[in-house]
Design a protein around this ligand. Sequence first.
Ligand SMILES: Nc1ncnc2c1ncn2[C@@H]1O[C@H](COP(=O)(O)OP(=O)(O)O)[C@@H](O)[C@H]1O
Ligand SMILES: [Mg+2]
Length: 388
Amino acid sequence: MGTADINPFWYGPAGGTLVDRDAEIAAVVDALSNAGKLFLLGDRRFGKTSILAVGGDEVAERGVAVLRYDAEVCETIEVLAGAIAAGATQLFAASVDRAGELARRFFAPVRPTASYDLSEQRLTIDFDLTSEQRRRPVLVLATVLDGIEQLAATHGRPTAVVLDEFQEVITEGGDRAAHQIRAVVEPHRYVGYVFAGSRVRFLTELSADPSCPFWKFGKLRYIGAIPRGDFRPFVRRGLESAGCVVEDAAVERVFDLAEDVPYNVQWMSGTIWDTVRLVHLQTLTATTVNAVLDRILDQAHASYMLTWVNLTNAQRRTLKAIATAFGEDFRLTEVAGAHALAPSTMQRTLAALEDRSLIRRAASGTGVRWSLGDPFFAHWLARVQVQA
Ligand SMILES: Nc1ncnc2c1ncn2[C@@H]1O[C@H](COP(=O)(O)OP(=O)(O)O)[C@@H](O)[C@H]1O
Ligand SMILES: [Mg+2]
Protein backbone atom coordinates (compact mmCIF):
# COMPACT_ATOMS: atom_id res chain seq x y z
CA MET A 1 0.00 0.00 0.00
CA GLY A 2 1.41 3.41 -0.93
CA THR A 3 2.09 5.37 2.23
CA ALA A 4 3.32 8.95 2.40
CA ASP A 5 5.34 10.65 5.10
CA ILE A 6 3.81 14.04 4.67
CA ASN A 7 0.15 14.76 5.34
CA PRO A 8 -1.32 15.35 1.86
CA PHE A 9 -4.16 17.50 3.18
CA TRP A 10 -3.89 21.22 3.61
CA TYR A 11 -6.10 23.92 4.99
CA GLY A 12 -4.97 27.45 5.38
CA PRO A 13 -3.29 30.03 3.21
CA ALA A 14 -0.48 27.87 1.81
CA GLY A 15 -1.83 26.17 -1.29
CA GLY A 16 -1.77 22.52 -2.33
CA THR A 17 -3.23 20.75 -5.34
CA LEU A 18 -6.64 22.07 -6.31
CA VAL A 19 -9.39 19.62 -7.10
CA ASP A 20 -11.79 20.52 -9.91
CA ARG A 21 -11.20 24.25 -10.41
CA ASP A 22 -9.74 24.29 -13.93
CA ALA A 23 -12.49 26.46 -15.41
CA GLU A 24 -12.22 29.02 -12.59
CA ILE A 25 -8.42 29.13 -12.81
CA ALA A 26 -8.67 29.56 -16.59
CA ALA A 27 -11.08 32.49 -16.11
CA VAL A 28 -8.66 34.14 -13.68
CA VAL A 29 -5.71 33.58 -16.00
CA ASP A 30 -7.68 35.01 -18.92
CA ALA A 31 -8.70 38.17 -17.05
CA LEU A 32 -5.22 38.74 -15.65
CA SER A 33 -3.33 38.22 -18.87
CA ASN A 34 -5.72 40.03 -21.21
CA ALA A 35 -6.52 43.16 -19.21
CA GLY A 36 -9.97 41.77 -18.37
CA LYS A 37 -12.18 42.40 -15.38
CA LEU A 38 -13.52 39.47 -13.41
CA PHE A 39 -15.53 39.17 -10.21
CA LEU A 40 -14.98 35.87 -8.42
CA LEU A 41 -17.65 35.40 -5.78
CA GLY A 42 -18.22 32.62 -3.32
CA ASP A 43 -18.77 31.82 0.32
CA ARG A 44 -15.78 31.71 2.61
CA ARG A 45 -13.88 28.40 2.79
CA PHE A 46 -14.89 27.35 -0.75
CA GLY A 47 -11.57 28.13 -2.41
CA LYS A 48 -11.45 31.65 -3.87
CA THR A 49 -8.04 32.59 -2.47
CA SER A 50 -6.63 29.24 -3.57
CA ILE A 51 -7.85 29.82 -7.13
CA LEU A 52 -6.38 33.34 -7.13
CA ALA A 53 -3.02 31.98 -5.94
CA VAL A 54 -2.80 29.32 -8.63
CA GLY A 55 -4.06 31.63 -11.39
CA GLY A 56 -1.80 34.48 -10.25
CA ASP A 57 1.29 32.24 -10.16
CA GLU A 58 0.51 30.93 -13.59
CA VAL A 59 0.39 34.37 -15.22
CA ALA A 60 3.41 35.56 -13.20
CA GLU A 61 5.39 32.69 -14.71
CA ARG A 62 4.51 34.03 -18.15
CA GLY A 63 6.03 37.39 -17.26
CA VAL A 64 2.94 39.32 -16.19
CA ALA A 65 3.58 41.66 -13.25
CA VAL A 66 1.11 40.34 -10.66
CA LEU A 67 -0.03 42.38 -7.66
CA ARG A 68 -2.17 40.27 -5.33
CA TYR A 69 -3.61 41.73 -2.13
CA ASP A 70 -6.23 40.87 0.45
CA ALA A 71 -8.26 43.94 1.41
CA GLU A 72 -9.37 42.29 4.63
CA VAL A 73 -5.92 42.05 6.20
CA CYS A 74 -5.31 45.78 5.77
CA GLU A 75 -6.80 47.95 8.50
CA THR A 76 -7.65 50.79 6.12
CA ILE A 77 -7.94 51.42 2.39
CA GLU A 78 -5.00 53.79 2.72
CA VAL A 79 -2.83 50.95 4.04
CA LEU A 80 -4.02 48.71 1.22
CA ALA A 81 -3.18 51.40 -1.35
CA GLY A 82 0.27 51.81 0.21
CA ALA A 83 0.93 48.09 0.02
CA ILE A 84 -0.12 47.94 -3.62
CA ALA A 85 2.00 50.98 -4.49
CA ALA A 86 5.01 49.42 -2.76
CA GLY A 87 4.47 46.11 -4.57
CA ALA A 88 4.19 47.84 -7.94
CA THR A 89 7.26 49.98 -7.31
CA GLN A 90 9.28 46.93 -6.31
CA LEU A 91 8.20 45.08 -9.47
CA PHE A 92 8.94 47.96 -11.85
CA ALA A 93 11.92 49.81 -10.36
CA ALA A 94 15.21 48.81 -11.98
CA SER A 95 16.91 49.00 -8.58
CA VAL A 96 16.12 49.90 -4.99
CA ASP A 97 17.90 53.24 -5.49
CA ARG A 98 15.41 54.16 -8.18
CA ALA A 99 12.33 53.16 -6.21
CA GLY A 100 11.67 56.56 -4.64
CA GLU A 101 12.01 58.35 -7.95
CA LEU A 102 9.71 55.90 -9.72
CA ALA A 103 7.07 56.12 -6.98
CA ARG A 104 7.16 59.94 -7.04
CA ARG A 105 6.72 59.94 -10.78
CA PHE A 106 3.84 57.49 -11.05
CA PHE A 107 1.99 58.15 -7.80
CA ALA A 108 2.59 61.91 -7.68
CA PRO A 109 -0.88 63.00 -6.43
CA VAL A 110 -0.41 61.14 -3.14
CA ARG A 111 3.19 62.41 -2.60
CA PRO A 112 4.85 59.07 -1.82
CA THR A 113 8.06 58.48 0.10
CA ALA A 114 9.81 55.16 -0.34
CA SER A 115 11.94 53.50 2.29
CA TYR A 116 13.71 50.21 2.07
CA ASP A 117 14.29 47.81 4.92
CA LEU A 118 17.52 46.03 4.05
CA SER A 119 17.20 43.19 6.54
CA GLU A 120 13.61 42.41 5.50
CA GLN A 121 14.30 43.35 1.86
CA ARG A 122 11.02 45.16 1.87
CA LEU A 123 9.98 48.39 0.30
CA THR A 124 7.52 50.60 2.14
CA ILE A 125 5.66 53.53 0.65
CA ASP A 126 4.18 56.26 2.80
CA PHE A 127 1.83 58.91 1.48
CA ASP A 128 1.56 62.54 2.40
CA LEU A 129 -2.17 63.01 1.96
CA THR A 130 -4.33 66.10 1.77
CA SER A 131 -7.30 66.26 4.12
CA GLU A 132 -9.59 65.64 1.14
CA GLN A 133 -7.64 62.45 0.31
CA ARG A 134 -7.79 61.34 3.92
CA ARG A 135 -11.52 61.78 3.92
CA ARG A 136 -11.94 59.79 0.74
CA PRO A 137 -9.34 57.00 0.80
CA VAL A 138 -10.86 55.34 -2.27
CA LEU A 139 -9.40 58.25 -4.22
CA VAL A 140 -5.97 57.27 -2.90
CA LEU A 141 -6.50 53.72 -4.10
CA ALA A 142 -7.76 55.08 -7.43
CA THR A 143 -4.59 57.17 -7.80
CA VAL A 144 -2.45 54.10 -7.15
CA LEU A 145 -4.36 51.99 -9.67
CA ASP A 146 -4.03 54.76 -12.27
CA GLY A 147 -0.31 54.93 -11.53
CA ILE A 148 -0.04 51.19 -12.12
CA GLU A 149 -1.77 51.56 -15.50
CA GLN A 150 0.78 54.24 -16.42
CA LEU A 151 3.65 52.06 -15.18
CA ALA A 152 2.44 49.13 -17.24
CA ALA A 153 1.94 51.29 -20.34
CA THR A 154 5.33 52.98 -20.00
CA HIS A 155 7.19 49.72 -19.48
CA GLY A 156 5.11 47.82 -22.03
CA ARG A 157 4.63 45.05 -19.50
CA PRO A 158 1.27 43.35 -18.96
CA THR A 159 0.20 43.80 -15.37
CA ALA A 160 -2.46 42.30 -13.16
CA VAL A 161 -4.12 43.42 -9.96
CA VAL A 162 -5.91 40.88 -7.78
CA LEU A 163 -7.98 42.22 -4.90
CA ASP A 164 -9.26 39.54 -2.55
CA GLU A 165 -12.16 40.27 -0.18
CA PHE A 166 -12.88 43.27 -2.34
CA GLN A 167 -16.16 44.12 -0.56
CA GLU A 168 -14.02 45.69 2.18
CA VAL A 169 -13.02 48.47 -0.21
CA ILE A 170 -16.64 49.18 -1.04
CA THR A 171 -17.97 49.04 2.50
CA GLU A 172 -15.09 51.03 4.02
CA GLY A 173 -14.99 53.46 1.13
CA GLY A 174 -18.56 54.64 1.60
CA ASP A 175 -21.29 55.75 -0.76
CA ARG A 176 -19.48 56.48 -3.95
CA ALA A 177 -16.65 53.97 -3.59
CA ALA A 178 -18.00 51.53 -6.17
CA HIS A 179 -18.60 54.32 -8.72
CA GLN A 180 -15.13 55.72 -8.12
CA ILE A 181 -13.44 52.34 -8.54
CA ARG A 182 -15.31 51.71 -11.74
CA ALA A 183 -14.52 55.13 -13.14
CA VAL A 184 -10.81 54.64 -12.62
CA VAL A 185 -10.51 50.98 -13.61
CA GLU A 186 -12.79 50.85 -16.64
CA PRO A 187 -10.51 52.69 -19.11
CA HIS A 188 -7.42 50.68 -18.12
CA ARG A 189 -5.96 48.78 -21.06
CA TYR A 190 -2.71 47.38 -19.66
CA VAL A 191 -3.90 46.05 -16.34
CA GLY A 192 -6.13 43.02 -15.81
CA TYR A 193 -8.25 42.84 -12.67
CA VAL A 194 -9.78 40.11 -10.59
CA PHE A 195 -11.95 41.18 -7.67
CA ALA A 196 -12.84 38.36 -5.31
CA GLY A 197 -15.30 38.50 -2.46
CA SER A 198 -17.10 36.46 0.17
CA ARG A 199 -20.11 38.73 0.47
CA VAL A 200 -21.78 37.17 -2.51
CA ARG A 201 -25.13 38.88 -2.34
CA PHE A 202 -23.74 42.31 -1.56
CA LEU A 203 -21.34 42.19 -4.51
CA THR A 204 -23.89 40.63 -6.85
CA GLU A 205 -26.35 43.40 -6.12
CA LEU A 206 -23.77 45.98 -7.19
CA SER A 207 -24.20 44.77 -10.75
CA ALA A 208 -27.85 43.76 -10.66
CA ASP A 209 -29.34 46.40 -12.96
CA PRO A 210 -28.41 49.47 -15.04
CA SER A 211 -28.65 51.76 -12.01
CA CYS A 212 -25.94 49.79 -10.18
CA PRO A 213 -22.30 50.92 -10.14
CA PHE A 214 -20.92 47.62 -11.50
CA TRP A 215 -23.61 46.98 -14.11
CA LYS A 216 -21.87 45.28 -17.06
CA PHE A 217 -18.52 46.25 -15.62
CA GLY A 218 -16.87 42.83 -15.55
CA LYS A 219 -17.54 39.12 -15.84
CA LEU A 220 -19.15 37.46 -12.86
CA ARG A 221 -18.21 33.97 -11.72
CA TYR A 222 -19.50 32.04 -8.72
CA ILE A 223 -17.52 29.46 -6.79
CA GLY A 224 -19.64 26.63 -5.47
CA ALA A 225 -18.96 23.31 -3.83
CA ILE A 226 -16.54 20.85 -5.40
CA PRO A 227 -18.66 17.96 -6.74
CA ARG A 228 -18.30 14.99 -4.44
CA GLY A 229 -17.59 12.75 -7.41
CA ASP A 230 -14.39 14.73 -8.05
CA PHE A 231 -13.40 15.37 -4.45
CA ARG A 232 -13.97 11.80 -3.23
CA PRO A 233 -11.02 10.13 -5.04
CA PHE A 234 -8.65 12.83 -3.75
CA VAL A 235 -9.78 12.31 -0.18
CA ARG A 236 -9.74 8.52 -0.42
CA ARG A 237 -6.23 8.39 -1.90
CA GLY A 238 -4.96 10.83 0.71
CA LEU A 239 -6.44 8.86 3.60
CA GLU A 240 -5.08 5.59 2.20
CA SER A 241 -1.62 7.15 2.05
CA ALA A 242 -1.64 7.18 5.86
CA GLY A 243 -1.46 3.39 5.60
CA CYS A 244 -4.93 2.10 6.42
CA VAL A 245 -7.86 0.47 4.70
CA VAL A 246 -10.55 3.08 4.08
CA GLU A 247 -14.19 2.03 4.16
CA ASP A 248 -16.57 3.79 1.74
CA ALA A 249 -18.81 4.80 4.64
CA ALA A 250 -15.88 6.60 6.28
CA VAL A 251 -15.30 8.78 3.22
CA GLU A 252 -19.00 9.60 2.98
CA ARG A 253 -19.05 10.52 6.66
CA VAL A 254 -16.25 13.02 6.09
CA PHE A 255 -18.26 14.76 3.37
CA ASP A 256 -21.48 14.62 5.37
CA LEU A 257 -19.99 16.08 8.54
CA ALA A 258 -18.10 18.71 6.52
CA GLU A 259 -21.25 19.46 4.49
CA ASP A 260 -18.99 19.39 1.41
CA VAL A 261 -17.28 22.64 2.43
CA PRO A 262 -13.75 22.27 0.95
CA TYR A 263 -11.99 23.78 3.97
CA ASN A 264 -13.76 21.46 6.39
CA VAL A 265 -13.24 18.40 4.17
CA GLN A 266 -9.50 19.09 4.21
CA TRP A 267 -9.41 19.93 7.91
CA MET A 268 -11.17 16.73 8.82
CA SER A 269 -9.16 14.59 6.40
CA GLY A 270 -5.89 16.07 7.61
CA THR A 271 -6.80 15.34 11.22
CA ILE A 272 -7.83 11.79 10.35
CA TRP A 273 -4.52 11.27 8.57
CA ASP A 274 -2.58 12.34 11.67
CA THR A 275 -4.75 10.14 13.88
CA VAL A 276 -4.26 7.08 11.68
CA ARG A 277 -0.50 7.56 11.95
CA LEU A 278 -0.57 8.24 15.66
CA VAL A 279 -2.55 5.17 16.70
CA HIS A 280 -1.48 2.87 13.84
CA LEU A 281 -5.09 2.47 12.79
CA GLN A 282 -5.66 -0.49 10.44
CA THR A 283 -9.14 0.29 9.13
CA LEU A 284 -10.85 3.64 8.88
CA THR A 285 -14.58 3.38 9.62
CA ALA A 286 -17.35 5.94 9.92
CA THR A 287 -17.13 5.51 13.71
CA THR A 288 -13.48 6.55 13.70
CA VAL A 289 -14.43 9.61 11.66
CA ASN A 290 -16.97 10.57 14.34
CA ALA A 291 -14.25 10.26 16.98
CA VAL A 292 -11.98 12.52 14.96
CA LEU A 293 -14.72 15.14 14.81
CA ASP A 294 -14.75 15.15 18.62
CA ARG A 295 -11.02 15.80 18.59
CA ILE A 296 -11.45 18.70 16.19
CA LEU A 297 -14.23 20.21 18.30
CA ASP A 298 -11.99 20.00 21.37
CA GLN A 299 -9.20 21.81 19.56
CA ALA A 300 -11.52 24.50 18.23
CA HIS A 301 -13.48 24.90 21.46
CA ALA A 302 -11.93 28.19 22.57
CA SER A 303 -12.41 29.87 19.20
CA TYR A 304 -16.01 28.69 18.79
CA MET A 305 -16.78 29.80 22.32
CA LEU A 306 -15.31 33.21 21.62
CA THR A 307 -17.48 33.58 18.51
CA TRP A 308 -20.54 32.43 20.43
CA VAL A 309 -20.13 34.78 23.40
CA ASN A 310 -19.68 37.74 21.05
CA LEU A 311 -23.09 37.19 19.46
CA THR A 312 -26.20 39.01 20.52
CA ASN A 313 -29.04 37.07 22.00
CA ALA A 314 -31.06 37.26 18.77
CA GLN A 315 -28.01 36.12 16.78
CA ARG A 316 -27.53 33.12 19.05
CA ARG A 317 -31.14 32.08 18.71
CA THR A 318 -31.06 32.50 14.94
CA LEU A 319 -27.79 30.62 14.59
CA LYS A 320 -29.11 27.76 16.65
CA ALA A 321 -32.33 27.64 14.65
CA ILE A 322 -30.28 27.25 11.49
CA ALA A 323 -27.91 24.70 13.00
CA THR A 324 -30.77 22.46 14.05
CA ALA A 325 -32.81 22.83 10.85
CA PHE A 326 -30.00 21.81 8.50
CA GLY A 327 -31.16 20.95 5.00
CA GLU A 328 -34.67 22.27 5.43
CA ASP A 329 -36.22 25.29 3.75
CA PHE A 330 -36.17 28.25 6.06
CA ARG A 331 -39.68 29.50 6.74
CA LEU A 332 -38.95 32.79 8.39
CA THR A 333 -42.23 33.45 10.14
CA GLU A 334 -42.48 29.91 11.45
CA VAL A 335 -38.87 29.73 12.68
CA ALA A 336 -39.02 33.21 14.19
CA GLY A 337 -42.18 32.28 16.06
CA ALA A 338 -40.67 29.05 17.35
CA HIS A 339 -37.70 31.02 18.71
CA ALA A 340 -39.70 33.89 20.14
CA LEU A 341 -38.35 36.50 17.72
CA ALA A 342 -40.27 38.98 15.59
CA PRO A 343 -39.87 38.04 11.90
CA SER A 344 -38.39 41.46 11.16
CA THR A 345 -35.80 40.98 13.92
CA MET A 346 -34.87 37.59 12.57
CA GLN A 347 -34.63 39.01 9.04
CA ARG A 348 -32.17 41.66 10.23
CA THR A 349 -30.27 39.11 12.27
CA LEU A 350 -29.91 36.81 9.26
CA ALA A 351 -28.44 39.69 7.27
CA ALA A 352 -25.97 40.51 10.05
CA LEU A 353 -24.89 36.88 10.40
CA GLU A 354 -24.52 36.57 6.64
CA ASP A 355 -22.37 39.70 6.50
CA ARG A 356 -20.04 38.10 9.01
CA SER A 357 -19.97 34.82 7.03
CA LEU A 358 -21.33 32.99 10.06
CA ILE A 359 -24.12 31.68 7.86
CA ARG A 360 -24.40 31.05 4.14
CA ARG A 361 -27.42 30.69 1.94
CA ALA A 362 -28.30 28.05 -0.60
CA ALA A 363 -31.26 28.46 -2.88
CA SER A 364 -33.50 25.43 -2.98
CA GLY A 365 -36.25 24.72 -5.48
CA THR A 366 -38.81 26.07 -3.08
CA GLY A 367 -37.15 28.83 -1.12
CA VAL A 368 -33.97 29.60 0.74
CA ARG A 369 -31.92 27.32 2.91
CA TRP A 370 -29.36 28.49 5.42
CA SER A 371 -26.38 26.67 6.84
CA LEU A 372 -23.60 27.67 9.16
CA GLY A 373 -20.54 29.02 7.36
CA ASP A 374 -18.45 26.57 9.33
CA PRO A 375 -20.39 23.30 9.58
CA PHE A 376 -18.26 22.15 12.52
CA PHE A 377 -19.60 25.10 14.48
CA ALA A 378 -23.05 23.48 14.25
CA HIS A 379 -21.65 20.19 15.57
CA TRP A 380 -19.90 22.06 18.37
CA LEU A 381 -23.09 23.84 19.32
CA ALA A 382 -25.04 20.58 19.44
CA ARG A 383 -22.35 19.03 21.60
CA VAL A 384 -21.82 21.76 24.18
CA GLN A 385 -25.52 22.35 24.57
CA VAL A 386 -26.16 18.69 25.30
CA GLN A 387 -23.42 18.75 27.90
CA ALA A 388 -24.62 21.99 29.46
N1 LIG B 1 -10.04 23.16 -5.24
C1 LIG B 1 -9.76 22.73 -4.00
N2 LIG B 1 -9.36 21.44 -3.81
C2 LIG B 1 -9.11 20.99 -2.57
N3 LIG B 1 -9.19 21.74 -1.47
C3 LIG B 1 -9.59 23.02 -1.59
C4 LIG B 1 -9.88 23.58 -2.86
N4 LIG B 1 -10.24 24.85 -2.70
C5 LIG B 1 -10.18 25.10 -1.38
N5 LIG B 1 -9.79 24.01 -0.70
C6 LIG B 1 -9.65 23.91 0.76
O1 LIG B 1 -10.39 24.97 1.34
C7 LIG B 1 -9.53 25.84 2.07
C8 LIG B 1 -10.02 27.25 1.97
O2 LIG B 1 -9.80 27.75 0.69
P1 LIG B 1 -9.63 29.29 0.41
O3 LIG B 1 -9.08 29.40 -0.96
O4 LIG B 1 -8.86 29.94 1.51
O5 LIG B 1 -11.16 29.74 0.45
P2 LIG B 1 -11.77 31.20 0.44
O6 LIG B 1 -10.71 32.14 -0.02
O7 LIG B 1 -12.91 31.09 -0.54
O8 LIG B 1 -12.24 31.46 1.83
C9 LIG B 1 -8.15 25.58 1.51
O9 LIG B 1 -7.14 25.90 2.44
C10 LIG B 1 -8.22 24.10 1.20
O10 LIG B 1 -8.05 23.36 2.37
MG1 LIG C 1 -10.02 33.82 0.99
